[in-house]
Design a protein around this ligand. Structure first.
Ligand SMILES: NC(=O)c1ccc[n+]([C@@H]2O[C@H](COP(=O)([O-])OP(=O)(O)OC[C@H]3O[C@@H](n4cnc5c(N)ncnc54)[C@H](OP(=O)(O)O)[C@@H]3O)[C@@H](O)[C@H]2O)c1
Length: 334
């Protein structure tokens, strides 16, 4: 019997350290082992996808490879009892799109434990406008709340605010009642950030003013940081007594040079955020919030849509720090 084929992005190392991306036809039988086969309707572009698609170190080691750490679609086959054909599911993180062929193909085969039923209140499309970036933003806000940062306590800083994680974090925090200060390198996107719910938009350089000192003026009651490096260090040094900083990203730098003063003199907490291996119970709780009381009103306004064929320009834009909001990848039209 002839195997069913589908379109997928294949990234290949054509010569040492040179990676090419092509949209090719693949067979379903060639997908990795797993008890769940899903027809992918939508995926999205995350920073990790841009790294995997271009062969940057730290995400994918084995090529040829199909990236895409996010996928939302419909179950075709499930060997166990977890899902039935026709169920809508979302898959974010675990090994999807890292070493396991991911959402930039019209089908994925995965262990069923990686999938969640699509939460009521979200369409497949909306779930991927959120995707890993939105889930990470949600997890960051959830951790701030768990650590006692309440709306009304003071300003919450979001760095890399026009990016995927940043823009959704601004929207969620505003929806949850926090006063959000959005730090960006893109002065021209001030209106976009205000429309998402930022009370104030500041130049990212202004977060760094005075950062040469061991501690800075107290400004933030909470921080959602995606940048790392100097930006994260400055955010920690300017967090108010008892405040909390979440750290999920490294677009600026993976290094962090701080002294212990903010921690031992101001009781500041630094919380790490990992979306990929996040336990299922927390995953479900955060997705329920994202589908309900935190669902950004302007979700569509954060999204640009593309197909596999037009993904390249979005990958390049993201790697140059120029991305705005989220990029939804439509696999139905790819
Ligand atoms: N830990 C986790 O589970 C997890 C999950 C998702 C993402 N992440 C990480 O979070 C980070 C952001 O991901 P994303 O998908 O939101 O990426 P993104 O859409 O590319 O957004 C990053 C934003 O950061 C700002 N930026 C870029 N380069 C910068 C630099 N050199 N210095 C300061 N700011 C810079 C830009 O916003 P402005 O121009 O507005 O400043 C950019 O739009 C990445 O490092 C990603 O790997 C981690």
């Amino acid at each position: 019997m002839q195997t069913q084929t589908f379109s997928a992005m294949i990234v290949e190392e054509s010569e040492p350290r040179k990676f090419i991306r092509e949209i090719r036809s693949r067979g379903i039988d060639d997908l990795p082992a797993g008890d769940l086969l899903v027809k992918v309707h939508y995926s999205s572009l995350n920073y990790k996808d841009a790294l995997s698609a271009t062969g940057r170190p730290g995400v994918t080691r084995h090529y040829p490879h199909t990236p895409g750490i996010d996928a939302a679609g419909v179950v075709v086959e499930c060997a166990g009892k977890a899902f039935a054909p026709g169920d809508n599911v979302i898959v974010t993180g675990y090994d999807l799109g890292m070493e396991t062929d991911g959402g930039y193909g019209q089908f994925i085969r995965i262990p069923s434990e990686w999938a969640l039923p699509l939460p009521a209140g979200l369409s497949l499309r909306e779930s991927m406008i959120l995707g890993t970036a939105g889930f990470t933003a949600g997890l960051s806000v959830w951790k701030l709340l768990q650590n006692g940062v309440q709306p009304g306590d003071g300003d919450v800083l979001v760095t890399g605010a026009t990016g995927g994680v940043g823009s959704i974090a601004v929207a969620i925090l505003a929806r949850a009642g926090y006063r959000v200060v959005a730090a960006t390198g893109k002065a021209a996107e001030s209106e976009f950030l205000h429309a998402l719910g930022a009370a104030e938009v500041i130049d990212r350089e202004s977060v760094l003013a005075g950062a040469e000192r061991p501690m800075m003026k107290e400004r933030w009651t909470g921080v959602v940081d995606v940048v790392g490096g100097e930006m994260l260090a400055a955010a920690i040094k300017s967090t108010r007594y008892g405040g909390t900083v979440t750290c999920c990203g490294l677009v600026g730098s993976a290094d962090l040079a701080v002294n212990v003063f903010p921690f031992i003199l101001r009781g500041v907490s630094l919380l790490g955020i990992d979306s990929a291996q996040c336990p299922r119970r927390s995953r479900e709780a955060v997705w329920e919030k994202l589908a309900g009381e935190w669902k950004p009103a302007a979700l569509e306004a954060t999204a640009s849509e593309c197909t596999l064929h037009s993904l390249e320009e979005h990958i390049q834009k993201m790697l140059s720090g120029g991305a705005r909001g989220r990029t939804l990848v439509n696999l139905l039209e790819s």
